[in-house]
Design a protein around this ligand. Structure first.
Ligand code: NAP
Length: 249
């Protein structure tokens, strides 16, 4: 129970990596805010799973890309649980296309959710964290933000932006007891990657030295580590969790 008495917000926790992270943090004793955008039923199911395991959680809808929405998410957390110790900026979308065919609205949507959403939630959460002189912020980036990927200029730009943001903020708040890190998954089995057809998927796996995609729980374990006391001397880092994929790219 390394996170006993702590309060964690996981954005985009109704599905995929966010869901696995909410369950992992709750399993370590944290009270968890399960944020989602649209899928209330899925978020309530995560809350129910946490409560069935003896934990505490609430589901809170908020579009992280909306400045006021993100502020409200943090306020609701404080109203219900009194503090914010851990913020996992996990909410993300993809709208892939080659640049010639990429619609401006798909550029905007990905930057808004994946990068502006991180700014919005961090700025709001930092107020209570600075007061507490304690906080752990973990941002989800991607190997695509490190290496690029054809057909994903919007996603790659947003995820590379998250890395710069993480390093800058880590320097800004280190003296106040707040640690800021990023996790860069490779290919993980979630709804986001489900759109790929079988042939594209098999082709991808061929490039992963471990020969298989990652599972959401394998990313959640690393996020948990960064939130835990064991990671107290780590800040401004990007932890790559990709089965070796970046070695092969
Ligand atoms: P996913 O299964 O598609 O789930 C996305 C989650 O984000 C859902 O809970 C969704 O809520 C929420 N969300 C979307 N837009 C939102 C918004 N504007 N405000 C609040 N919540 C929003 O995604 P995933 O694969 O688990 O990915 C999670 C994170 O890891 C993302 O940042 C992604 O870029 C990153 N990542 C994923 C992979 C991968 O292979 N899967 C690899 C590298 C990085 P609703 O259910 O309500 O729609």
């Amino acid at each position: 129970m390394e996170l006993q008495d702590q309060v964690a917000i996981v954005t985009g926790a109704s599905r995929g990596i966010g869901r696995a992270t909410a369950l992992r943090l709750a399993g370590a004793g944290a009270r968890v805010v399960v944020n989602y955008a649209h899928q209330a039923g899925a978020a309530e199911e995560v809350v129910a799973a946490i409560e069935d395991g003896g934990g505490r959680a609430i589901a809170v809808p908020a579009d992280v890309g909306d400045y006021q929405g993100a502020k409200k998410l943090i306020q609701t957390t404080i109203e219900n649980f009194g503090r914010v110790d851990i913020l996992v900026n996990n909410a993300g979308i993809s709208r892939d296309n080659l640049i010639a065919r990429l619609k401006p609205e798909d550029w905007d949507a990905v930057l808004r959710t994946n990068l502006t959403g991180v700014f919005n939630c961090c700025q709001a959460a930092l107020k209570p964290m600075l007061r507490q002189r304690y906080g752990r912020i973990i941002n989800l980036t991607s190997v695509v933000g490190l290496r690029g990927n054809a057909g994903q200029v919007n996603y790659a730009a947003a995820k590379a932006g998250v890395i710069g943001f993480t390093r800058a903020l880590a320097k800004e708040v280190a003296s106040r007891g707040i640690l800021v890190n990023a996790v860069a998954p490779g290919f993980v089995t979630t709804d986001m990657t489900a759109a790929l057809n079988e042939t594209a998927r098999e082709e991808f796996y061929r490039h992963i030295p471990l020969g298989r995609p990652g599972e959401p729980e394998e990313i959640a374990e690393v996020i948990f580590f960064l939130a835990s006391p064991g990671a107290r001397y780590i800040t401004g880092q990007v932890l790559v969790v990709d089965g070796g994929l970046t070695l092969a790219l």
